[in-house]
Write a protein of this length. Sequence first.
Length: 282
Amino acid sequence: MSEQMDRVLGIIGYPISHSISPIFQQAALNYVGIKAKYLAWETPAGNLSERINSLKESGVIGANVTVPHKQSVLPLLNDLSKTARAIGAVNTIVNDQGVLYGHNTDVYGFMKSLQIEADFQSNGKSALVLGAGGSAKAIVYGLLGDGIKKLVISNRTPSRAVQLKKELGNPENVLVAMPESTDMLHHHDLIVNCTTLGMKNGPGEDKSPISLQHISETSLVYDLVYNPQKTPLINQAMEIGAQAISGLTMLIYQGAEAFRLWTGINPPTDVMLQAAEKALKG
């Protein structure tokens, strides 16, 4: 990679001002000595095609993609990784001499975080996934690939959960919880929140996606929300002595894998995590 001039990367989303990716990715670039700037590219839907096309320029290394463009970006790219194609979502783009490759590092980020933070082994275990959006699809895909025995999807609109299951090939070990079937929410080894409930400044900031009665002290509770790091769900889990993980480590590991795809260099994850934690503390 040439270092004679400043090159650029960025994150594409709308809105984008809340993202801490520019902070921890810039810290990583600086640490390894790559002369590049990581920018926040606020991009409304109507400008997405133009923005993606601009990534083909010689000075652009690549980009991250976040809400609401992870699905709509697919037809604008030249090729997709196996994982991105299976999930139908891209969060990382690599520019290889004007050819744009789409990747999904969310699956890697989640599974790596589970392994490092909790030494969680999926084989023989059951999981409850709360939500049925793009992030839930990545989590379900990752857990199925890791050998989870049983997985229940619970969503406020059950038809969305049914559709998610269908998009992943209707696996027999994936069940959809209907509103009246609260017994399906009990006794899971892993509970993952893929909704925005608990997110700082969000409409459900003070809410948990699940009642305390459904959390066991032996459950591992994973909240994809990372700001705040102690959400209502994580506080519930800690209250009964269950292990709980914030989504910050998933954010860092997915970002670290994107960094590796862009640069070919092993990412300084400790540096990235420190920068992210500092940013969240304000």
